[in-house]
Design a protein around this ligand. Structure first.
Ligand SMILES: NC(=O)C1=CN([C@@H]2O[C@H](COP(=O)(O)OP(=O)(O)OC[C@H]3O[C@@H](n4cnc5c(N)ncnc54)[C@H](OP(=O)(O)O)[C@@H]3O)[C@@H](O)[C@H]2O)[C@@H](O)CC1
Ligand SMILES: [K+]
Length: 508
């Protein structure tokens, strides 16, 4: 699904009104009625005190429409109008009049000197103060109100955006932002919902299709692409019957050092579980017995050094090479990476200490084959591209880096970002149980495997990241978050592929 900017979405609102010949009040009615239906589906008439905080723009207008429907369905509703300005929008005013027709319990005005209403932990708060029209940080008494809502402990549902959250920048330190438990956002996801610095504000997220014109949305350039099952399934290459192992890649995994042989074992297991036809490892001598015993399906070549890598096996004919897990950053090992980059011209996958070696000796970056895939976690990324002020700057710096060196960056996190020049892909699978040792080694194996099977490099990265996450979700549902081991992620890749083509009950 496309991630769009606030400007694109408000422009799409306007264009849709023209194309569908509807007023903005009708579009608001449509959008807010969908929100009402979602609430009604879950509350099912429960007598919970509902407190709706409405701004005076169109986000507030949505709040008033929701209030009207809830009142008409006999919910206990109290509406507050947050009077941060006198410039009420037309649709706000029209819906204010309509609300008065269904209740005598008129909205209460909250102004600068008003005592804020009490909010109990059992209340249900609907935040319709600011939406995508936010154009400056929320401060002063409006900010105090936002903090008052946050401090209440009540379940908070944000409409379109948690109030105070910009779509295109992180909030400043003194700005107040609603910390929502749930956000129902209109039409398309927004980038801030997925960035480490801002993702917590939206809580659980649901995107509502409010029927903006499909052709119009298709024509818009995405700020980024959100990758879910549907997008991942579209990238997957089905296996043909008339094939043999030679059709599925011959990957070489170079990694490990004394005490860190497990890392390469995980990577190789993941590569084979992801469908590689042939998988070989190049490791220090000390790992020979471990790998041969742990993974009989793999072939093992050893370096002349017993404890670390010191060379690249130039006479070995692999179609993709992955380098870095558990290798350390010794000078000898740097030479091994250098030899690899000087002798291998197809895309490689570089992870972990391989990235740290590149960061220490930036000249090596120029040797990277075009479309190589680098898989840093935030610490490794910082060493590679430098410090950033905030997540938006990080993404710009990462795009510049990707363009400069013609490589694909896979920035690992709760939502892993894959960056290919100006294009960004945001992963939407996975869970916190995957924050565990070796998880990244497994990811490198999955991506390497797909690259070896002939996927376009960016697809190998994006699909690999998604399946890695989905496999983690499957493993977590079996073992629970705490007990999840990286090896479980590797083992479940096949189930994740199967799941790509299963329909979920909720989608039906
Ligand atoms: N027909 C449609 O288009 C549809 C729109 N929909 C809904 O409309 C929402 C967007 O509505 P919106 O554009 O009216 O802006 P909104 O977020 O309500 O803000 C209101 C005003 O607040 C002001 N302001 C900004 N920051 C401020 C601050 N820090 N402190 C104080 N004031 C501040 C600023 O005005 P200013 O003061 O700058 O003149 C701004 O204009 C969207 O999120 C969705 O919920 C849906 O119904 C679908 C159909
Ligand atoms: K809001």
């Amino acid at each position: 699904m496309k991630i769009l900017t606030a400007e694109q979405l408000s422009e799409a609102d306007k264009e849709t009104m023209k194309i569908q010949d509807i007023t903005s009040e009708e579009l608001m009615e449509r959008a807010a009625t969908l929100v009402f239906k979602e609430i009604h589906k879950r509350l099912n008439g429960a007598p919970i005190p509902i407190k709706i905080f409405c701004g005076i723009g169109n986000n507030g207008g949505d709040g008033l429409v929701i209030a009207r429907h809830l009142i008409q369905h006999d919910y206990q509703v109290k509406v507050y109008v947050v009077n941060y300005s006198d410039k009420r929008s037309d649709d706000f005013l029209a819906n204010y009049e309509k609300l008065k027709e269904v209740t005598n319990n008129w909205p209460e005005l909250i102004k600068e000197d008003t005592r804020f209403p009490e909010i109990g932990t059992g209340d249900f708060v609907i935040d319709a103060i600011f939406g995508i029209g936010l154009n400056r940080p929320v401060k002063g008494w409006t900010g105090d109100l936002v903090e008052h809502i946050n401090d209440s402990g009540a379940f908070t549902l944000a409409i379109d955006m948690p109030s105070g959250l910009f779509t295109d920048q992180v909030p400043g330190e003194e700005a107040a932002v609603i910390e929502a438990d749930y956000t129902l956002s209109f039409q398309n996801p927004k980038l801030v919902f997925y960035l480490p610095q801002t993702m917590d504000y939206s809580g659980e997220l649901q995107i509502l299709d409010i029927g903006l014109d499909k052709e119009l949305l298709k024509s818009l350039d995405a700020q980024a692409f959100l990758i879910d099952k549907e997008e991942a399934a579209g990238m997957y290459h089905h296996r043909r019957s008339n094939t043999h192992k030679g059709d599925y890649g011959n990957v070489l995994i170079m990694g490990g050092s004394f005490g860190k042989i497990g890392s390469v074992l995980l990577t190789a297991t993941a590569a084979l579980r992801s469908g590689s036809g042939l998988c070989s490892l190049y490791i220090p001598g000390c790992g020979y017995n471990i790998v041969q015993t742990g993974l009989p399906e793999a072939m093992v070549l050893t370096d002349e050094d017993d404890k670390m890598l010191s060379a690249y096996p130039n006479n070995f004919d692999a179609n993709v090479v992955c380098f870095g897990m558990g290798v350390g950053t010794e000078e000898k090992t740097k030479n091994a990476l250098k030899e690899l980059l000087e002798n291998f011209s197809d895309p490689v996958v570089i992870d972990a200490d391989g990235l740290n070696i590149l960061s220490k000796d930036k000249e090596l970056l120029d040797l990277l084959p075009e479309n190589s895939i680098l898989t840093p976690h935030p610490g490794e990324l910082k060493r590679l591209i430098g410090e950033w002020e905030d997540d938006f700057e990080k993404l710009e710096m990462a795009k510049d880096f990707s363009e400069k060196y013609k490589v694909i960056l896979v920035i690992k996190g709760a939502h892993t970002f894959t960056i290919n020049g100006k294009s960004m892909y945001v992963n939407n699978s996975g869970n916190p149980g995957m924050s565990t040792a070796g998880s990244g080694d497994v990811l490198s194996g999955v991506i390497t495997s797909f690259l070896g099977q002939g996927y376009e490099p960016v697809e190998a990265a994006v699909l690999g990241v998604f399946l890695h996450g989905l496999s983690g979700d499957i493993a977590a549902s079996e073992f629970g978050l705490e007990s999840l081991l990286a090896g479980d992620i590797a083992k479940n890749i096949g189930r994740a592929v199967k799941k790509l083509f299963e329909r979920d009950a909720v989608e039906e």
